[in-house]
Design a protein around this ligand. Structure first.
Ligand code: ADP
Ligand code: MG
Length: 240
């Protein structure tokens, strides 16, 4: 499980996470919503150790992410992250792009890496695209390739940062369906999202971030149906 305890994070004099507490259990799906600049992306990058923290503690299955002794490369294999945009290697096919990390990071033999890449690409509905170059695919297909690439490392946790927000509206559904499938398979996920229907539908809990604070967290029914915090109410009114 992921345990976030009183985490504070600043960029220079700007404190962007002001004491975040959140525990995500195995198999749980937690969505994070909130306005731009509220600290959502920063939290994800702190969880997988891409960013240091100023105070507090994040542990993943008991391993303290920011402890000096922690092997961050090992930890990141366990925690996959997919961003709004991933720049695939344009000179490599879709299959080769997905094989790259298992080959380079895990030192996997070519045949084994290929087997895993084919499996994960099929899983996200791209079995027909193995030998295509990424630039020849739609944005939705490219995002599904990015998800397959993360899954090829056999992560136990997945972090998604607004993976649909750069997409044409008509391509959003196929990517959300892929996330939903992963959730149904029991993947532990934290999803930063603008898609309120998705958050409501797929999450066990939804957290609302406001100015570096987790202002409210609850079940989808609680958070969307009966928000308690005035800032949550304001935010939800603005996105409806
Ligand atoms: P969100 O994802 O909720 O939109 P972010 O976590 O990206 O918010 O950003 C929170 C705040 O931190 C913003 O004010 C942003 O400008 C600032 N910030 C994010 N990353 C950096 C950085 N690398 N250097 C300086 N400021 C940053
Ligand atoms: Mg963000």
């Amino acid at each position: 499980m992921i345990e976030i305890q009183n985490v504070r994070k600043s960029f220079a004099s700007l404190e962007v996470l002001k004491g975040i507490n959140l525990t995500v259990d195995k198999g749980e799906v937690v969505s994070i919503i909130g306005g731009s600049g509220s600290g959502k992306s920063t939290l994800l990058t702190c969880i997988n150790g891409l960013e240091p923290i100023n105070a507090g503690k994040i542990t993943i299955d008991g391993t303290e992410v920011h402890a000096k002794s922690t092997d961050l490369n090992k930890l990141r294999r366990k925690v996959g992250i997919v961003f709004q945009q991933w720049n695939a290697f344009p000179h490599l096919t879709v299959l080769e792009n997905v094989m790259l990390a298992p080959r380079k990071v895990l030192g996997m033999a070519k045949a084994k890496a290929e087997e895993i890449a084919v499996k994960q690409l099929s899983h996200v509905g791209l079995a027909e695209k193995l030998s295509v170059y990424p630039t020849r695919m739609s944005g939705g297909q490219q995002q599904r390739m990015a998800i397959a690439r993360a899954l090829a490392m056999s992560p136990e946790y997945m972090l998604f940062d607004e993976v649909t927000s750069a997409l044409d509206p008509m391509l959003v559904g196929e990517v959300l369906d892929t996330l939903k499938m992963l959730a149904e398979e029991g993947m532990t996920m934290i999803c930063v999202t603008h898609e309120m229907a998705f958050a409501r539908d797929v999450s066990n809990r939804v957290a609302f971030f406001h100015q570096g604070v987790m202002a409210e967290i609850g079940t989808p029914d609680q958070l969307f149906g009966a928000p308690q915090n005035p800032e949550t109410q304001k935010f939800l009114a603005s996105v409806r």
